[in-house]
Ligand binder design. Structure first.
Ligand code: WTA
Length: 574
């Protein structure tokens, strides 16, 4: 089945920014995009300048950059306001810390304007920023700050309680956002300091290849990895915001992702602001009412969210009729497979085809997408972004024929590609096959029209409610529980969340399984790692399937769970 604008909705408006996909894909050169940036003319590079100051110094000076709304705080900042605020942050950091270009600063706070001021302000100093999701607990926070030798942390008084300062000797300075803050010579009140700082700042110019963001993400083994992105990512973030998000001058754009995830930076900050487009940030927790209300009252035109959220809105049923969503003109999704059923819901209730986009923390920007001017095949991720070569390879790196399932791979060297795994060259190199292909870890096939179809992860990484969770991290946390002897963690298919986390646990000698123990173990992970990493289901087993070398065989656990054949068991211990 193909659904095109022509069949289902109005004729394709002539103003889509990517009008002819095939022609653009055939001729696109990234070098041509560089001319859009001021550094192409001045030689002075900094993504924060391109995202904020460039507009503040133009006719967009008084245009709204940021609407913020969390129910209590409702604030509006123009591009000029954003320039002043980010300059103040940069001045404070310069005065009160020893930060220099390339040092790491972490931001650990809920979505609120100060998060955005801080992220861009720190970039103006040439610092590498690590954004942390507010739901992380002590273990997750510690791993990231420690791995990257973070010097500065910007957080809130309540989240600071989860930061084990005594175990982080490299951390020199903390800035707090909130009330009742006592300043010392290493703890400062960020907004108080900002109010005393100058609104002028001389930006630290960097090289295009200098570090910008450090996003930690999960693999199937080992601790979370620090994916390093560089200022050069702006080229692809800027261009894809036009071709994929179709962002235009008059748009009011809302990306629902938190900057703790790559979508919340690449397309919650840079994509729109590099293009000078007004962005809405909604604080607080998800609720169908709040979200529909936000769409309606801010007259959102372009909306980027995720399948789990769409499925939850579907579950909220008729309520959507109470809201006027007529300003919407383009709706997109990322993070997990977008079910055809959700696309049908979108057409029926929002009046829009939801456009699926595929990319990863490591890719730094869109890779395979559905473009507004292109027919959608529901269930397909779409076609490669012009300028990107995506394909399917076998395990040796040979490209395969259409309809053959294999490894989804990208030819190395696109503008937004990660440049390192922090402090771990080996883990970085492991992504690349034959020196040519970036191998995603997803399996997929391509059809005869060049559309890609997602099939699953090749490894054991779990995608739950759009969040990427490494089973190893959860297993490690479970093993810290005094009653747990062995733990194996898998993703179990779930109609709303895509997958949920299920743990198989062997208990220590003499410990009796009970409902209370299940709750206790769940809370242990919730409070030690993060709520979204806690297993929703726990099953106790006397023994877990292991290889002779002692590795838990998650694929056997999964086969048990799903009633599938267990496959080759020759490496399993007796
Ligand atoms: C999955 C999120 C199916 C995939 C930007 C990928 C998807 C992982 C899609 C990356 C999609 C992302 N359809 N699966 N449209 N988009 N994924 O790093 O398994 O949090 O490898 O990046 O999410 O997750 P990450």
């Amino acid at each position: 089945m193909q659904v095109s604008d022509k069949d289902k909705l109005q004729a394709i408006p002539a103003y889509y920014l990517l009008q002819d996909y095939e022609a653009t894909a055939a001729t696109h050169r990234w070098e041509d995009v560089e001319k859009q940036f001021s550094w192409f003319h001045t030689g002075e590079v900094n993504i924060a300048y391109e995202a904020i100051d460039r507009h503040a110094e133009s006719s967009r000076k008084n245009k709204v950059a940021l609407y913020y709304d969390d129910g209590d705080r409702k604030e509006t900042y123009t591009f000029y306001d954003m320039k002043c605020k980010t300059n103040q942050v940069a001045n404070v950091l310069q005065d009160k810390t020893t930060l220099v270009k390339g040092d790491r600063l972490f931001i650990y706070m809920p979505r609120q304007p100060e998060l955005y001021f801080t992220l861009l302000g720190a970039l103006k100093l040439g610092v590498i920023v690590g954004p942390l999701f507010e739901a992380f607990m002590e273990g997750a926070v510690y791993d990231r700050l420690d791995d990257s030798d973070a010097k500065v942390l910007v957080t809130t008084p309540s989240l600071l309680k989860r930061v084990p300062l005594d175990r982080l000797p490299k951390l020199e300075t903390v800035f707090l956002v909130g009330d009742d803050i006592e300043e010392t010579d290493s703890v400062y009140h960020l907004t108080r300091q900002m109010s005393q700082a100058s609104e002028q700042f001389n930006i630290t110019w960097v090289a295009r290849e200098d570090g910008m963001l450090l996003h930690y993400t999960s693999g199937s083994t080992g601790a979370p990895k620090g994916v390093l992105h560089v200022h050069n990512a702006m080229i692809q973030q800027y261009q894809s915001a036009q071709w994929v998000l179709d962002l235009q001058e008059q748009d009011i754009y809302w990306c629902t992702a938190d900057p703790g995830w790559v979508t919340g930076t690449a397309y919650g900050i840079f994509g729109p602001w590099l293009n000078g487009v007004t962005t809405l940030v909604v604080g607080g927790r998800f609720s169908p009412q709040n979200w529909y209300q936000a769409l309606a009252s801010y007259h959102v035109t372009v909306w980027y969210s995720a399948p789990t959220a769409f499925r939850m809105l579907m579950g909220a049923g008729e309520m959507v009729k109470d809201y006027d969503l007529s300003s919407l003109r383009h709706v997109l999704s990322v993070g997990e497979p977008l079910n055809p059923e959700v696309i049908r819901w979108g057409i029926e209730t929002l009046g829009h085809r939801i456009h699926d986009t595929w990319w990863m923390t490591e890719t730094g920007a869109h890779m395979i997408c559905n473009y507004p001017s292109m027919a959608i095949k529901p269930g397909s991720m779409g076609k490669p972004l012009p300028g990107i070569y995506a394909t399917i390879v076998d395990d040796q790196g040979n490209e395969v024929k259409p309809y053959t399932m294999g490894n989804l791979a990208i030819r190395k060297g696109w503008p937004a590609m990660m440049r390192a795994i922090w402090g771990n060259q080996e883990r970085y190199d492991a992504y690349f096959l034959q020196g040519e292909w970036y191998v995603s870890g997803d399996s997929a096939y391509q059809d005869e029209d060049g559309y890609f179809w997602f099939q699953g992860r090749v490894d054991d990484v779990i995608m739950t409610a759009g969040e990427r969770v490494g089973p190893f991290e959860v297993e490690s946390k479970l093993l810290e529980h005094p009653d747990v002897l062995e733990a194996g963690v898998i993703g179990k298919p779930d109609p709303v969340r895509g997958e949920i986390i299920k743990a198989f646990i062997a208990l220590r000698e003499g410990v009796a399984p009970s409902e209370q123990l299940i709750t206790d173990i769940q809370n242990f992970v919730k409070t030690g790692l993060a709520a979204h990493a806690a297993p929703r289901e726990i099953e106790f087993k006397d023994k877990l399937p292991k290889t002779r070398s002692g590795k838990i065989m998650r694929r056997v656990l999964k086969a048990w769970e799903l009633d599938l054949p267990t496959g080759d068991l020759s490496t399993m211990e007796d």
